[in-house]
Design a protein. Structure first.
Length: 277
């Protein structure tokens, strides 16, 4: 037979999943706000009808009015700037040390033998429980606050970086070596991309631990900071200021986490993970 009868059958067309529409993404983002808004409205209603006494938990409108007043006279800005400075310094110190030690333990056998055992032992100690000892070591000044933040940020970054490096498939490293890539090139093109997802997770956990550590640190002989503002308000039974401080810490944590997630999304644009349905 000849002609069209001998023509090969066309390959079956595999349907591709339709891309997610921007309108659906926008609707999903707005949907995520439903439960927080509902909780705030329920809180406001319970406070207005008297179910929540004002001296115990003031209404959100009262807290917002207090925040506006403190922001207008500059009080909140001064304390917020000092808290941000301490958090940034602590993250820089703790995160930098975690990156160096985590990379050494993950990449080098000698580093693993010398660095990882003491770090594994130290992680069993609650770093907030070390406050009395840290007061003896570094005093009760700014060094204490920065040290607490650094300790809180160190362990999540170290362990996630260490795990991220060790979870890289060794066959990928061998394939890169076979293709002629040197140690620096293998580190850049294989190890770093493979460890980045775990590193970003460690950064997100470190941000939360840093703010938690700062809350405790700023309540020990501090003269400025959001934690000091809350402690001073507690002395005068200003519950609205205390709740405002908690909301400020929560918003700072959410904003920090959002920035890390945006950086992760841009840096790891090549990764396609499972999406919720």
């Amino acid at each position: 037979m000849s002609g069209p009868a001998l023509a090969e059958a066309p390959a079956p067309v595999v349907p591709r999943p339709a891309p997610r529409r921007p309108r659906a993404v926008t609707a999903r983002r707005w949907r995520r706000l439903l439960s927080p808004v509902a909780l705030v409205l329920a809180w406001e209603a319970a406070a207005r009808v008297g179910l929540l006494p004002a001296e115990k938990l003031p209404a959100p409108s009262t807290v917002l009015a207090t925040g506006w007043r403190l922001a207008a006279d500059g009080t909140l800005g001064v304390h917020l700037l000092d808290s941000l400075t301490r958090a940034a310094l602590g993250l820089l110190v703790g995160g930098g040390l975690a990156l160096v030690l985590g990379a050494a333990a993950g990449l080098l056998r000698l580093g693993d033998d010398l660095v990882d055992p003491p770090v594994q032992a130290a992680r069993m100690l609650p770093h907030l429980g070390l406050v009395p000892l840290l007061i003896i070591w570094v005093g009760i000044g700014e060094s204490l606050k920065i040290t607490l933040v650094a300790l809180g940020a160190f362990f999540p970054i170290y362990f996630n970086l260490y795990a991220g490096i060790r979870d890289i498939d060794e066959r990928l490293v061998e394939a890169a070596r076979t293709c002629g890539l040197g140690p620096a090139a293998r580190l850049r093109h294989v190890v770093l991309p493979g460890a980045l997802p775990a590193l970003f997770l460690g950064l997100r956990l470190a941000i939360g631990a840093a703010w938690l550590s700062l809350v405790v640190g700023e309540q020990v002989n501090a003269q400025t900071g959001v934690g000091f503002l809350m402690m001073e308000a507690r002395e005068f039974s200003q519950t609205d200021v205390v709740v405002l401080g908690l909301l400020v810490y929560a918003l700072l944590g959410l904003a920090s986490d959002l920035l890390i997630r945006l950086a992760e999304r841009r840096t790891l644009a090549w990764r396609r993970g499972l999406r919720a349905t």
